[in-house]
Design a protein around this ligand. Structure first.
Ligand code: TXA
Ligand code: MG
Length: 324
């Protein structure tokens, strides 16, 4: 069911959930201060309660309402990248809902860079918790139609067009001392973060950093089956190997379809070819995977991007899609 901005705000104020557009992926939003509303997110997504949610705020001045520490490094990152595809994990104030935090002592915050999301936050005066608007472990939605296909028609959807970043935000935790760690790669890269932070990420295991911030947050995407199409996926680093696999499947009467990155030889099955630019690939990645999944073939053959840090986030999502 599609709703207007006004209807979306009214639903959120009533304690209902609404799928909203952001520049990364669509989110399943609820008032971040209303536990009953927040619990509906977990029920609809079939998400375990210990997976914390990202709180979307309308600007940097609201950070102080949520956290006990806003270290200088985090301030610099927020100033550089908000509104945008960066989520900061910081020590939470006592009052922050334990449902949002998944019982952690930290809270994840982001100012989204989407005109509709920002209008919703500003006009409503609400802060909304919003995980990606898909069932737990399935592909994230980058259009309103993806949300409806995944969650059904009963969930109200505020249509803001196709997402332009296309994959989920970069998540960085920052300890009170300013030490930071990348918890989930995204299109804002580790190199970008290092430059703004003025120091590399702490060369420690995630668990050590989390001890320092007196928390043990779940590393996002830790769940092996994250971002997966329903169709079984095989990953290839080599185009010729993908072509040979396609021929072998077809001669064994198994249908297949392929996702290719960049030009070159094409296999004898249905194909979606993405560009060879990381940003373009990220933007179209989930749409392509949704489309391939809808073909209902026996197997998806997915080409991995070339080596290079600029491909880290795309590689992360494809590797997870292929982990089954
Ligand atoms: O781009 C995005 O980040 C999208 C849009 C809607 O904003 N949201 C999104 O939410 O991807 P979700 O729930 O699918 O992923 C958020 C991740 C989760 O894996 C969760 O573990 C992590 O953020 N997270 C949330 N709060 C955290 C915390 N306090 N500590 C560590 N990780 C946290
Ligand atoms: Mg998600």
């Amino acid at each position: 069911m599609r709703v207007s901005l006004e209807q979306a705000i009214a639903e959120l104020k009533k304690g209902e959930v609404v799928a909203i557009p952001t520049e990364t992926v669509y989110g399943l939003a609820a008032d971040a201060t209303n536990d009953a509303a927040l619990k509906k997110i977990f029920t609809i997504k079939q998400r375990p309660a210990d997976h914390p949610l990202i709180v979307h705020i309308s600007d940097i001045s609201q950070v102080a309402d949520w956290v006990t520490d806003f270290p200088e490094v985090a301030v610099k990152l927020a100033k550089a990248y908000w509104p945008g595809a960066l989520t900061l994990v910081l020590p939470a104030k006592q009052h922050v809902s334990r449902v949002v935090r998944g019982d952690e002592s930290t809270v994840a915050l982001r100012v989204p860079n989407h005109p509709v999301a920002l209008a919703l936050l500003k006009q409503s005066g609400l802060c909304v918790a919003a995980p990606s608007a898909n069932l737990f472990t399935q592909l994230s939605p980058t259009t309103a139609a993806h949300v409806e296909a995944g969650l059904g028609q009963a969930v109200p959807v505020l249509d803001g067009g196709a997402c332009t970043v296309g994959i989920e935000s970069t998540i960085v935790s920052v300890a009170p001392g300013g030490q930071w760690q990348l918890l989930r790669p995204g299109m804002i890269s580790e190199a970008d973060i290092t430059k703004v932070a003025g120091a590399p990420q702490l060369a420690q295991s995630a668990s050590q950093v989390q001890n320092e911030i007196k928390a043990t947050p779940k590393v996002p995407g830790q769940h092996a089956l994250h971002y997966s199409p329903r169709t079984p996926v095989t990953l290839y680093t080599d185009r010729q190997a993908l072509l040979a696999a396609c021929d072998a499947l077809l001669s064994a009467n198994t249908s297949c379809a392929a996702l290719l990155i960049g030009e070159g030889d094409v296999p004898n099955c249905k194909v979606i070819t993405l560009s060879s630019q990381p940003k373009k690939v990220a933007e179209q990645l989930y749409s392509a995977l949704h489309a391939l999944d809808a073909m209902k073939v026996g197997r998806l053959l997915v080409e991995l991007p070339p080596a290079g840090t600029e491909w880290m986030a795309v590689l992360d999502r494809l590797t997870r899609a292929g982990h089954q």
